[in-house]
Design a binder for this molecule. Structure first.
Ligand code: GLU
Length: 448
């Protein structure tokens, strides 16, 4: 095991498509551990397997990490180390630790030279920081392939060479790689290199308790950004997938995560990530944003159609923001609400379908009586006292005097919004003002 005192961790994604929260959990833990210990965090794009590489996927990784605020100290592209990989393959052959094996090609086209590792067939123990000691008899692995040709090292080999050359002291990665580790330790030993510390992270499960996967709907990190999630909320939520600080606290800032994170509180068992959880974290982090920041986000997601209404103004936006925040989990939902027409009535008079005006089972004639009563009550409130609390108090007095509130409240809300779904009528009345509120009620009454 490494005696090196400096902690150097890395994230080593393959650029094979849009990576989801499962991959970024590995990135996050490696980064948190490096930052917690004052060490270094290296990003290595493992792009040697050219057949599997996908264009633009490295850019996506860089953008996602930048968005999450996961900053790296060094960046490597594995494909650039190919000469070094060849040098090591030759060294292993020269030492007798590997040999060229001429074998029938996999594609059936004649014979091919592959490089195989001469397995010492011994038992290898992985000292895993999360799982404890895992001992494996490597005999079953046989003389495994380390390069498909002298120019094509396979994952095990390239990964080991790069970790060594980049000075990586802690390999923190997904559990699925635990099975590769004994092979990799054999390669480290054959080269006389120090074996790094290992920490294999528990599986990231989706809400269906199965391994999180793109095929079952896991979204790419950039999709979360575009949907208007806050990076600090994603960081907080994903940091708790398989780790906890041992207290009841759930909301953490980036700095708190760095201060508290340690590998000894990473669990062995799989841990769940779900959008439902993420939405909860996002709401909590929205509440902690400054009013300026919230405004910035809302403006970013509020469609121009709304901003172009004649009645739209900076003051109206200020009044709208708390109403919006009540209703959204992500800022992207500001756009969704606007596109569903659920914001228009704050700025323009809605058209009312009188067939939907009455509360369930109530005659239109009775609805009219209630709406007139409410109209009288509202007329009695002065402009100066026109506040949400006052409107609510006055109208509720009447609604509560009835066997049910709905017959009075529903037609009021509907007259103001014209929608089946909208905020309560007090919120809308306070927002649009006394004159507009009474105008909307009169219009509705004139149509009954
Ligand atoms: N490129 C590998 C992957 O994306 C990295 C494995 C490792 O972290 O060692 O799974």
């Amino acid at each position: 095991m490494s005696n090196n005192t400096q902690v150097i961790t890395r994230f080593a994604p393959s650029p094979t498509g849009a990576a989801h929260a499962g991959s970024y959990r590995s990135a996050m833990f490696a980064w948190l551990y490096a930052r917690h210990t004052g060490g270094k965090f290296v990003l290595r794009i493992e792009d040697t397997d050219t057949a599997r590489n996908q264009d633009g996927s490295d850019t996506q990784i860089l953008e996602s990490l930048a968005w999450l605020g996961i900053n790296y100290d060094e960046l490597y592209y594995q494909s650039k180390a190919i000469e070094r990989h060849q040098e090591i393959i030759n060294e292993l052959i020269a030492k007798g630790s590997a040999y060229v094996s001429t074998e029938p090609a996999k594609d059936g086209n004649g014979m091919k030279d592959v490089i195989r590792f001469r397995n010492p067939n011994k038992s290898v123990t992985v000292h895993d920081m999360i799982r404890g000691d895992v001992t494996v008899d490597t005999t079953d692995l046989g003389d495994f392939v380390i390069a498909r040709t002298i120019n094509e090292p396979v994952f095990h080999l390239a990964n080991v060479i790069d970790d060594h050359d980049e000075g990586v002291t802690y390999v923190i990665r997904a559990e699925e790689h635990l099975a590769n580790t004994p092979r990799q330790i054999l390669i480290f030993e054959a080269l006389g290199w120090e074996v790094p510390h290992y920490a294999h992270l528990p599986l990231v499960l989706g809400p269906d308790k199965l391994k999180l996967s793109k095929r079952r709907g896991a979204l790419s990190m950039l999709t979360y950004r575009d949907k208007g999630y806050l990076p600090e909320a994603v960081l907080n939520c994903v940091a708790l997938v398989g780790w906890n600080p041992g207290t009841e606290q759930e909301i953490f800032s980036r700095e708190e995560l760095i201060a508290l994170f340690d590998l000894d509180r990473v669990q062995k068992g799989g841990a769940m990530f779900s959008e439902e959880k993420l939405n909860w974290f996002n709401r909590e982090h929205i509440k902690r944003l400054s009013p300026e920041k919230i405004r910035e986000y809302v403006l970013q997601y509020l469609p121009d159609r709304i901003k172009n209404f004649e009645t739209y103004s900076e003051e109206k936006l200020t009044a709208l923001i708390p109403i919006l925040i009540e209703r959204i989990a992500t800022f992207g939902e500001v756009t969704t609400l606007a596109e569903a027409g659920e914001l228009d009535f704050f700025f323009v008079t809605p058209t009312i379908d009188t067939a939907l005006l009455s509360f369930k089972g109530i005659e239109l004639s009775e609805t009219k009586v209630h709406l007139q009563q409410v109209q009288n009550i509202l007329e009695g409130i002065s402009e100066e006292s026109w506040t949400l609390d006052e409107i609510k108090e006055q109208v509720m007095k009447y609604a509560d005097s009835l066997p049910k509130r709905g017959p009075a409240l529903h037609p009021l809300r509907f007259s103001l919004s014209g929608r089946e779904k909208s905020p309560d009528p007090f919120t809308i009345s306070a927002f649009i003002g006394k004159t507009e509120t009474l105008a909307r009620i009169s219009t509705t009454l004139s149509r009954i």
